[in-house]
Design a protein around this ligand. Sequence first.
Ligand code: M6R
Length: 616
Amino acid sequence: MCGIAGYIGYREAYPIVIKGLQRLEYRGYDSAGIMLYDNKIIISKTKGKVSDLEKLMNSENTKEGTIGFGHTRWATHGIPNDINSHPHVSNSGNLVIIHNGIIENYDSIKQELTKRGYTFQSDTDTEVLVNLIEEIKKTNKCKLGKAVQIALNEVIGAYAIAVFDKEKPDELIVARLGSPIAIGIGEDNKEFFVASDASPFIEYTKNAIYLEDEEMAIIRKDRGIKIRKIKDDTLITHEVQQLKMNLEQIEKGGYDHFMLKEIHEQPHAITDTYRGRLIANKGIIRMAGVDDNIEKFLNANRIIVVACGTSWHAGLVAEYLFEDLARIPVEVEYASEFRYRNPIITDKDIVIAISQSGETADTLAAIKLAKEKGAFVFGVCNVVGSSIARETHAGAYTHAGPEIGVASTKAFTTQITLLSLIALKLGKAKGNLSTVDYQNYLQEMELIPKKVAELLTIDDKVKYIASIYKDVPNCLYLGRGYNFPVALEGALKLKEISYIHAEGYPAAEMKHGPIALIDENMPIVVIATSKGHYEKVVSNIQEIKSRKGKIIAVVTEGDTQVKAIADHVIEIPETNEAFTPLLTTIPLQLLSYHIAVMLNKNVDQPRNLAKSVTVE
Ligand code: M6R
């Protein structure tokens, strides 16, 4: 997965493209490159970040031109180096391409093109694609748009591409299959922006079109856009969408890192998730996607959750919520495994796909499979208009706002908030929750943002704990029940941004193996809140203590028992058991954040990762 940003119009393209790439850097940051056209093609590209590209441009190149595009790369084919960086140029030097995705059959196409005399500088699939387009344009004597269309019908894989032809310098061609493309429409249809999401052009226009899979757009300066189906050339009309995102939402707002900003945004984000849906004083939970399909939910034999990474952890919390509150059996599947099994699914199953980005390739493929097998698929996404939001039969947005830090934080807590609302709604409708219990849950949900805000004030304490353990090579996270997924999530956060090896376990599983790791050098983060197997977790803590492990315990305020044994305790406000993950997660996010900062790691853009994984 990579980020692409481009401009065609009357303004200088360089500042728009470079700023756009900075905003898309969360999608990949192995290398960056740019193409500008000002009577000649100017290309600059380099291994490293967009800031390295800027330095290169400052030292080497003119930045003129009112048409241009850029790319920030997460390497798939070919190591991250200057040559493999995008843009890639065809053998004639006329065509330039940027590409987000993977061309799976590139090797056979490359062999064929090599036989016809083409040579290749890079190891990428993208350079093969641009030369395929060139070859088709030459042999068919057709225009660029037609050549792109024919080429895309020959390739297998996923792509969001932008292509430029020196012979048609007032035109950009973009196309998508499996990777997103947003087109911003500027004033009077005189300028256009293209990007992997709308963030690069938010200050220029609020009007956008999102290409669907297997669509391409021919964008001409002053002359507008034509969208066609890649397969059969049908002309398509898209409704122009009004973007709600604003500039402040995608900037750091005074925080050192997006991750810290996003951790601190959680009280607001959770409120935004339930705003308009939860009317506690009237005992109402309103959610169009569920209301419109209520019979399907109430009659479902089971719910299958498909997701990846942090979203999968939210799915595990949902398993407890749905089974506990709504008494519906739940299975939680890694989308990447589910899609390649031959799962038994019927039209009595509901598949819930959870994804912050709404673009995760494995989750998308799992959805398609579930649909083929007749299941009703419900999406829980953050990014409005994303592929998963469009591919599912119905769904609900978390409304967490843009999450830029690669490590997911507010996405997790807002997903849990949304899933809690659904479970409560179904629990009530199925008669599994008494009116009093239901009402208590609703009122408690309204208090969660305030409790999260309160928790965030313990930052200094967590920072102190981070300073003690920042140099450890390993760390264990333990939790039970609703907080077992939180242990997994805490461990994932630590490993992905600090590169410390961390494992999450159900606390009781410790004695079946991980206990062998415990000695005086091993920190163990234990979630031991007052409700839900408290006494049993206390026993686990005793077992750790007697093996000299260092205990960092997350407890409910007022706890005395764990306080007496643990090396450090972090208190969370009292809440019901089902909502504890919304609170226990917060100190674990802060702990990994501070450790990573102290270790001087790139918190927002950890190595080898990217925000949305749009490839397999
Ligand atoms: O956008 P999605 O929620 O589908 O992304 C799924 C995972 O790639 C994502 O949660 C990943 O694990 C994060 N880096 C975790 O912090």
